[in-house]
Ligand binder design. Structure first.
Ligand code: C2E
Ligand code: CA
Ligand code: CA
Length: 511
């Protein structure tokens, strides 16, 4: 027991107050008495000791958790700036770097250069070899690009098959040289997963103007890149203000084309396909034109590519299908024209083969016009078929089963090979007109024509020779044994009324 006024009691209370206030290292002095009070003091000191250890452990744990949090935070930041597929930077990293580079230029440095790159054949690689292969190609392309630039340059993937390269403080000539080096590097083959892949690219270059925002820079580099694609791919184009104007005109055209398709501004012209031996008409090709309210008649080469890029081609194709089939029905029922017996040929695009409804559209158009499927022949370009994926093959096979004719258009301009000709479910081939143009001037051409004719026959296919412009060409083809021809010599493509008048008037072509 301790007596009143024991100074140790005061020290004990002090000590507890100090401990309670967080001074966990302070201890309370123990007297020599070693009585019960000293036992309490010792117990308190032990408690303090334990508290101190626990506290230290807590502090250590907080410290290590904080470090982990910081690391995770850094990683997140990194991830927010990285494209996980390629390990390159992503769009938001590029945008901040662009801002920084523009700020440096404003302080008196050289302006940055921005290259925008889009792969030319990526979609078909993805479609034909699968997405995982596509991903590996993107990663390989990323490494190739990276190997062409300095450490201070930034390579980013913006999404899909689009890459950007930021060259801080770089002169135009130097930037163009880097761009061309990248094009060269990508122009070769890539070895991916044991496969050899060829995948060119189109590049746009924009040297920043002072004060331009990163959005403006990206948009202008993009416009230059599209100009390079339109230029035939695998090129580098530098942004010029005139391109902006061209883009605006194009956008306007897209809007107008949309209206044209729904608002009956499209018209079909018709060109006959002639049986060379008799001069009789065996088919009619429907060729679309755009009767523009202010610009007059626009030819398909000017708007079909735009329709294809914007997806308007399906609507356009649907219209052509319906209009042409209905026209054929009129010719076949009109007492004045029904003496002729010919098929209708229409051009279909690669996009049509990607739509399952296309088969239904064809079936519906034919049945509502009450026509045999064999009276319709679909012309497809080689490139449309060669891109072939599962869907193409399915659509082609279904159309074939339906009984419509299938014909390869522009044969001889692209990928033809004998095995390819035999594999495709087509029954006819239309030989491109460039194969006829040299007839007469090139002494080797007659032999070439005979060889192509034989090749097509050997594959049990029929050929139509396109671009027959003179009587001599027609005669040469006939004497070689070719069956059918089409071209200005027989007739130019004509508007419906004129074509109908000729059907009424003449039995043989050129008439
Ligand atoms: P294409 O299918 O190869 O059509 C033949 C083109 O050659 C037509 O041009 C025709 O006017 C032209 N042509 C015919 N005979 C001769 C000739 O003797 N000499 C010369 N130099 N040319 C001749 P057009 O009408 O300007 O059509 C161009 C292309 O536009 C077509 O090439 C076709 O690929 C596409 N096209 C036309 N209509 C349609 C359509 O309705 N849908 C789709 N997807 N494409 C179409
Ligand atoms: Ca055609
Ligand atoms: Ca053609």
């Amino acid at each position: 027991m301790f007596t009143d006024g024991d100074p140790r009691l005061g020290r004990l209370l002090d000590g507890i107050v100090r401990l309670a206030s967080g001074e966990l290292h302070s201890r309370i002095e123990i007297s020599d008495a070693r009585d019960e009070l000293d036992a309490v003091i010792m117990g308190t000191n032990l408690l303090a000791e334990d508290l101190q250890i626990i506290y230290q452990e807590l502090e250590d744990r907080v410290e290590s958790r904080t470090q982990m949090l910081n690391a995770a935070h850094l990683e997140l930041q990194q991830m927010a700036l990285t494209d996980t597929l390629t390990g390159l930077f992503n769009r938001s990293a590029l945008v901040s770097a662009l801002k920084a580079a523009q700020a440096e230029a404003a302080d008196g440095g050289l302006p940055p250069a921005l290259l925008l790159l889009d792969l030319d054949a990526f979609k078909s690689i993805n479609d034909s070899l699968g997405h995982s292969m596509g991903d590996q190609v993107l990663a390989a392309v990323g490494r190739r690009i990276q190997s062409c630039v300095r450490d201070t340059d930034m390579v980013a993937r913006l999404g899909g098959d689009e890459f950007a390269i930021l060259l801080p403080a770089t002169k135009p000539a130097k930037a163009a040289a880097v761009g061309n080096r990248i094009l060269d590097a990508l122009n070769g083959t890539l070895d991916v997963d044991g496969k050899t892949i060829r995948c060119g690219a189109s590049l746009g270059l924009r040297i920043a103007d002072p004060g331009e925002t990163s959005e403006e820079l990206l948009m202008e580099a993009d416009i230059a890149m599209y100009a390079s694609k339109a230029d035939g791919r695998n090129k580098l184009r530098v942004f010029e203000p005139a391109m902006l104007h061209a883009r605006q005109l194009r956008n306007q055209l897209v809007g107008e084309l949309r209206e044209a398709i729904s608002g009956s501004q499209l018209v079909l012209f018709y060109q006959p396909i002639i049986e060379l031996a008799t001069g009789r008409i065996e088919g009619v090709e429907a060729l679309v034109r755009w009767q523009h309210p202010t610009r007059g008649l626009i030819m398909p080469d000017e708007f079909i590519p735009i329709a294809e890029e914007t997806g308007l081609i399906s609507e356009l194709g649907k219209w052509v299908l319906k209009a042409s089939v209905e026209q054929l029905r009129r010719w076949r029922t009109d007492p004045e024209t029904k003496k002729h017996n010919f098929t209708m040929r229409i051009n279909i695009s690669a996009a049509d083969l990607q739509r399952l409804e296309f088969i239904e559209d064809v079936r519906d158009a034919l049945s509502s016009a009450d026509l045999e499927p064999a009276l319709l022949v679909l012309e497809l370009t080689e490139s449309a078929i060669i891109q072939g994926n599962e869907l193409d093959r399915y659509t082609l096979a279904s159309l074939r089963k339906l009984g419509v004719g299938l014909e390869i258009d522009d044969f001889g301009t692209g990928y033809s090979s004998i095995s390819y000709l035999r594999r495709l479910p087509v029954d006819r081939v239309k030989v491109d007109r460039t194969l006829l143009t040299a007839l007469g001037s090139d002494p080797a051409q007659p032999a070439l024509i005979a060889a192509i004719h034989q090749l097509i026959r050997a594959c049990s296919l029929e050929a139509v020779w396109e671009g027959v412009e003179t009587a001599e060409q027609a005669e040469h083809l006939r004497s070689t044994g070719c069956v059918s021809g089409q071209g200005y010599y027989f007739s130019r493509p004509l508007p419906e009324a004129e074509f109908t008048a000729r059907l009424i008037r003449q039995d043989v072509w050129p008439g």
